[in-house]
Write a new protein. Structure first.
Length: 261
């Protein structure tokens, strides 16, 4: 039933969303034209995608600690790294979009909730090598594999926190005077997602970007996304179906966009 609704939502999104030519906001038009639809290959992608290929062939079995809403794919406690790489990693197209978003925003700090095997984290690190990247993972054995990957790619600006997001995220937010870039990809429950959003709000600024993953994952996630869009501090959102982008640009009329991706 969940899968049927997800497909239905996807089809409706494709019918109702726009390309850059249907967007009248100069900011969003430029974002779509120069970032979202920039599908050219980049040198920074190669090593990360080579690592992804290795992970898809990695037959090590690890024990999964799932502190979130689980997975539509498979909730077994024991999983092969290859299975996680196939089913849980962000697809190449989406991970590279997150890289481009991070690169154009030029953040001094980035926070990621949901490290998984570290592929998206690596893209964040490559996009802004002078920024501090804090990534959070609930599963110790998954985190261990991710750290191996960071070492292999020689990424030195990443710090990983292992444990419950509800405990770690407020502590990390407290370390920063402001939040530049936050990618929320974990615990896909309505209440948790809204907590992460509300905890971030006191530290966001005009150039902050919050990215919410899997905004159509469930009824609760769709409700959370609507509440986030309607918050008075939010001035612009871009719904790409797979992820939602949230901006806080002052002086801009409140607008919401659905964009094909």
């Amino acid at each position: 039933m969940v899968k049927f609704q997800f497909i239905k939502d996807f089809i409706y999104h494709r019918i109702t969303s726009k390309t850059r030519h249907g967007v009248h906001s100069p900011f969003v038009y430029k974002l779509i034209d120069e970032v979202i639809y920039d599908l050219r290959s980049k040198d920074e992608y190669k090593n990360i995608e080579d690592l992804r290929k290795k992970l898809i062939l990695d037959d090590r079995i690890i024990t999964i600690t799932d502190l979130g809403a689980g997975s539509h794919m498979n909730n077994n406690k024991q999983k092969a790294v290859s299975q996680i790489a196939e089913n849980a990693l962000k697809p190449r197209k989406l991970a590279q979009l997150i890289y481009r978003l991070a690169k154009i925003m030029r953040p001094s700090n980035m926070i990621e909730l949901g490290t998984c095997l570290g592929i998206t984290t690596a893209y964040l690190s490559k996009a802004a090598p002078d920024a501090s990247v804090i990534t959070m993972e609930g599963c110790p054995e998954t985190a261990k594999i991710a750290q191996e990957n960071f070492n292999e790619l020689e990424l030195n600006n990443i710090h990983m926190e292992v444990g419950n997001f509800d405990d770690n995220f407020p502590k990390i937010i407290a370390q920063y005077p402001k939040l530049d870039f936050v990618f929320i990809d974990g615990n896909h429950r309505k209440e948790a997602t809204l907590n992460y959003f509300n905890w971030s709000l006191p530290k966001v600024h005009e150039n902050s970007l919050l990215i919410f993953d899997d905004i159509y994952w469930s009824k609760g996630m769709k409700e959370a996304w609507e509440e986030i869009k309607n918050h008075p501090d939010v001035t612009c959102t871009v719904d790409l179906f797979w992820i939602g982008l949230v901006f806080f640009r002052k002086g801009q009329a409140k607008e919401h966009f659905k964009v094909k991706f």
